[in-house]
Write a protein that binds this ligand. Sequence first.
Ligand SMILES: C[S@@+](CC[C@H](N)C(=O)[O-])C[C@H]1O[C@@H](n2cnc3c(N)ncnc32)[C@H](O)[C@@H]1O
Length: 362
Amino acid sequence: MIDNLPSIRPDRPNIITSEIEAISFYRKMNTQETVVEMLAGKYVLVEEFYSNGLQVLSELKRNLQLRYKEKSFQGQRDYRSAFREASHRLLLKVEDNELVVRKSPDIGWLKNLYPDVSDFYISFPEVQGLNSSWQWYQKGIVIDILHLSLHPFYGTYFPTRFDHLVLFDKWLKTYKGDRKKAIDIGVGSGVISFQLIQSGFLNVFASDTNKNAIIGVSQESVRLGINDKITLSYGDLFTDCDFQADLIVFNPPWLIAKHKLEEGIDKAIYYEEDLFPRFFEQAEKHLAPKGKLVLIFSNLAQVIGENKLHPIREELEKNKRFSKEQQLQRSVKKSSKKTKRTDSRSNEKVELWVLTHKEKNE
Ligand SMILES: C[S@@+](CC[C@H](N)C(=O)[O-])C[C@H]1O[C@@H](n2cnc3c(N)ncnc32)[C@H](O)[C@@H]1O
């Protein structure tokens, strides 16, 4: 069941639907001069072949690397921001929801996300993002724990490492409480909700502040034939949840934000300072008296020296709402067997925290 789905439309890259003044770029043209024009603020339209756009981007990179030689954190940040700004002036033309240039990838999102418009211009980097997302969506990601593949919707967080899911699965197999109602905050591509349903929970309420996550999980639930067991809510934390659950699970973002968060996938990685205090305050009200509150976290922030604070430890120390019942952890496997990880992330561990209501007389 999907509560507020019919009223939401997916987030999608911005497009230009009006006629624009742009320099047409053909393979034989001088790429360096074209990039100089682009940096001066002109739009450039890729003509003939898709690869002509790659040629312009690679020249833009070369040009900006000469201008931004500073290797400091700020220097590299300035470089990336200049690249982002200029590269979005490199455009591709879409007609009948397909790219016009030859030898370009087939990207179904150009049709699926734009049912209301067939002809438009879109920036080359956005097309690269859509293309990579479409490949994942088509191919699917095998989730061993679930014995199935998930097909993540455009703009949705999906796991590429699975240690936290293994840890949660291990704990779930030991769980002895009721399996009537669960809440999954920050559903993403749905992995945790699907784990809960596979393990016998009759009803899962799942929320996310990312519209595309909600739309994607809704489609996946129908495909997997479990849509009668899941209630989806597009909104913050426990919005529209009016019951107490036997189990609440939250795999939150793991790094504190130092920038203003954008809607969408940014909120899967970074959290604002008030997220955890707000979560714990509301979780206390939505957890059944004998319920378990499970948080999946990581020592990533500590490992990369980002901050010393740990929002779950802080909650347990400062407030008298919850007691720690269990804390499990597991080392994060490197993503490829071939790469020897010598960086600081080799100490990375995922953590699983199991909390319960604090006994009033504790
Ligand atoms: C690290 S991802 C986890 C996704 C999924 N549960 C998983 O384990 O793969 C965190 C998710 O929480 C969502 N999120 C962040 N802040 C939220 C909030 N205030 N309310 C609901 N969801 C939120 C993000 O959009 C993202 O989908």
